[in-house]
Design a protein around this ligand. Structure first.
Ligand code: DGJ
Length: 728
């Protein structure tokens, strides 16, 4: 609910458990007064004014030396005029100066949630969301800034977006236009970021704010394996169940920046948005620029509640799932089974075994097109390699369908190999700096997706392929970082736009795909989890979480991923052992249990699976289907931290009514004379009595949560248990 005091120009954005408040002050500066657990009243009493040395005073303050932009909490910070902290907006004016100084001019209240043209955004109806638009202007620059706020009461979610309009007669340069600026009148906070590398993405890293600027970002043109566009600020004492936590996600799939500054008087400022690195956008007279959406959840009750709110909001208000309300199929993907070495008979052999084990969708991965026999050639030539697949998709898909399988296909539209017909014909279609030979990555170059002609050409080929057969799933991959970022189609003064225009181009093609093939489920992927972000989730309901399929490494990757993203978004497969990436051997049961903390599928040559493994797979697919709703859409609880190397890692899904739960435990390495272990559960109904795995034992919810469930003594490394709890 948005409450507006028109006299005081006070805007209170209330959700069920939180309040976000801003106010236009006596000098029309838009100040941020509060964000946290729900409160009432004008919170601007918290802002103190004092004559501080080296703190400039704006002209409107006259001789009042206590009023300085450098000490007041700003809603959207400018630059160059007296606030020395992190800027949100940097304008390059026609004379060459760089500054931004914003003052309040008005507001608009709308029912429902604003949308952003060409950009991903949470969706809301008049029933569950409201929009506040606050108008600011920089009179000297003749620039208008519109701050958008979407308020979703039920999810404790506040979204933000920014639109900058040039109302002058000359072009203005945008050097930075952040999506989010959030000032805190405190700095006793920890910053949690989600960092890693290819094969070990999104590992949480937590540290108290230190004086100065700290943060993460990407300059790779993707959100990246290395840092995720999601950060948390929380009290030093906050844990899974306790303490105020602020989660901030950016719905953006390109180079981003998230910085926090702890300033001289122990305040903190978080600024998040498109990375200003090599960014400069020319705004002609009358033109507008829209910064991507950012979304905030404040949880007064710890990190667990914050994650559950993000999960619900992402599932219900961000993701657009073509299978809405229906179960997504259990799949088999041939990548780790065959790599490039397959033909139609090999695929059919795997599919036939898979179909007999309850698997429903066959995904043909890389290597089916052009002259692609390894990863050195073929990208860009999106026609079927009929040496491998005689008769094309028209022959293959019905053959797989006869075996009872639906069909999915891998593509990597943004890339080209020099060894391809496309590159030979259009060498100028790649990102390439004049006079430099572009760097290769996986022996491929990046197509200039900022160009409409390039996008249309690639899309035309892909559309023809997808139209030639009954395709129900597409895996959209992207296997390198952007370098040599220069577009032959843009003039020199617009080269600072290429990174962002590239992302807009990717979004546009994804939207075409959704428009023309509304029934197709799209999985995002970028060398595993290199583009796992809220922007992609708007187009691709699930994303391949990591190229690392080892169940034990996955415990950490999926744990970190769960802080923002729901299980239903996490692509996870059972693969063969010894694991392809690290050589580890884990039981089939454990690999299945870990993959069930995601979208669940297999990625191995099932035709070679032993009879015992086949039996286990049959049980796993049946179990997953039976408990699908609970596993994918239940409330998620992290029960332990796999980075602490305790005796086990555990997590739990609980149905919204608390009547059912599934707890999964995965042990680390074994030892002789093990301790007796108990698992304390969460989220149950304390008064209900639960049966565990349909057995004789019955425990009250309160006992299971306060004292725990005894775990049997098991032998061997990496054993696992799935405990299905049902209230009587
Ligand atoms: C990287 C992906 O993450 C893998 O799953 C696989 O699709 C390969 N690319 C194919 O090249």
């Amino acid at each position: 609910m948005i409450a507006i005091d028109k006299q005081k120009l006070l805007f209170s954005l209330h959700t069920r458990n939180t309040t976000y408040q801003l106010k236009a002050d006596r000098h029309s500066v838009l100040v941020h007064t509060y964000y946290g657990p729900r409160v009432s009243g004008d919170m601007s009493y918290l802002i103190r004014y004092a004559d501080r040395a080296c703190a400039p005073n704006p002209e409107e303050a006259g001789l009042d030396r206590t009023y300085s932009l450098d000490t007041i909490p700003q809603e959207y910070s400018g630059c160059g005029v007296g606030d020395f902290r992190l800027p949100s907006l940097e304008l390059e004016l026609p004379g060459g100066s760089v500054s931004a100084s914003l003052r309040y001019t008005g507001f608009e209240l709308r029912e429902g949630k604003y949308a952003l043209e060409g950009l991903p955004a949470f969706r809301g109806t008049a029933e569950d969301a409201q929009t506040l638009v606050v108008f600011l202007e920089d009179a000297a620059a003749q620039v208008k800034v519109e701050l958008y706020y979407g308020v979703f009461e039920r999810y404790d979610l506040i979204t933000r977006a920014v639109r900058v309009v040039n109302e002058g007669k000359r072009a203005v340069g945008l050097r930075q236009c952040a999506s989010l600026c959030l000032d805190f009148l405190r700095s006793d906070l920890d910053l949690v970021t989600f960092d890693g590398c290819h094969m070990m993405e999104r590992c949480p890293s937590r540290a108290p704010l230190r004086p100065g600027v700290q943060g993460v970002g990407s300059v790779r043109g993707t959100s990246s394996h290395q840092h995720n566009p999601f950060v948390v600020l929380c009290g030093h004492d906050a844990n899974e169940d306790y303490g105020v936590c602020y989660g901030a996600m950016l719905l953006y799939s390109g180079s981003f920046q998230a910085q926090v500054e702890r300033s001289q008087y122990d305040n903190a400022r978080l600024v998040m948005g498109v990375n200003p690195y090599q960014f400069r956008w020319t705004l002609g007279p009358g033109e507008a620029f829209t910064a991507p959406e950012a979304a905030l959840v404040c949880s007064p009750q710890g990190l667990g509640q914050m994650s559950r709110q993000f999960h619900r909001a992402i599932r219900e208000r961000l993701v657009r799932d073509p299978l809405e309300g229906r179960r997504r199929p259990v799949l088999i993907n041939n990548w780790e089974a065959t790599y490039f070495n397959f033909n139609a008979d090999k695929l059919a052999e795997i599919a036939e075994t898979a179909a007999g084990l309850g698997i429903e969708l066959f995904v043909m991965d890389d290597g089916w097109f052009g002259g692609r026999s390894d990863d050195n050639g073929g990208l860009g030539d999106w026609w079927v390699n009929t040496d491998k697949l005689p008769g094309g998709l028209e022959a293959l898909v019905p053959r797989l369908q006869k075996l009872g399988m639906r069909f999915g296909i891998w593509i990597e539209p943004e890339m080209v190999n020099e060894d391809s017909a496309l590159y030979r014909e259009h060498p100028d279609w790649v990102l390439k700096i004049p006079g430099r030979a572009p760097a290769r990555g996986r022996n491929q170059l990046v197509l200039d997706f900022s160009r409409g002609d390039v996008r249309r050409h690639i899309y035309g080929q892909i559309k023809a392929g997808l139209s030639s057969a009954d395709v129900s799933y597409v895996k959209w991959d992207m296997n390198r970082s952007l370098t040599d970022v220069y577009s032959a189609a843009l003039p020199p003064e617009r080269q600072g736009e290429v990174y962002h225009r590239y992302v807009l181009g990717v979004y546009e093609m994804l939207e075409w795909l959704r428009r023309d093939f509304p029934h197709i489920l799209i999985e995002g992927c970028a060398g595993g989890g290199g583009r796992f972000d809220g922007g992609m989730l708007y187009y691709t309901p699930q994303i391949w979480c990591s190229d690392n399929t080892d169940a034990i490494d996955r415990l950490r990757i999926q744990y970190g991923t769960s802080f923002c993203y729901p299980m239903s978004a996490v692509g996870a497969h059972v693969s063969a052992v010894p694991n392809e990436e690290n050589g580890r051997i884990t039981p089939m049961e454990t690999r299945g249990a870990v993959a069930m903390a995601g979208t669940f599928g297999y990625e191995m040559d099932l035709s070679k699976a032993s009879p015992e493994d086949r039996e286990t797979i049959r049980r796993q697919t049946a179990f997953f289907k039976e408990h699908y709703e609970l596993i994918q859409y239940g409330d998620y609880y992290r029960l332990s931290d796999p980075f602490r190397d305790g005796p086990y890692t555990a997590w739990e899904q609980v149905s919204p009514d608390g009547r059912e739960a599934l707890a999964t435990v995965v042990a680390g390495g074994t030892r002789a004379a093990p301790s007796f272990l108990t698992l304390r559960l969460k989220g149950l109904d304390p008064d209900a009595v639960y049966r565990v795995n349909g057995g004789e034992e019955r425990y009250s919810g309160s006992a299971l949560m306060e004292a725990g469930c005894p775990l049997p003594v098991m032998g061997g490394d990496y054993w696992s248990l799935q405990l299905y709890l049902e209230a009587e």
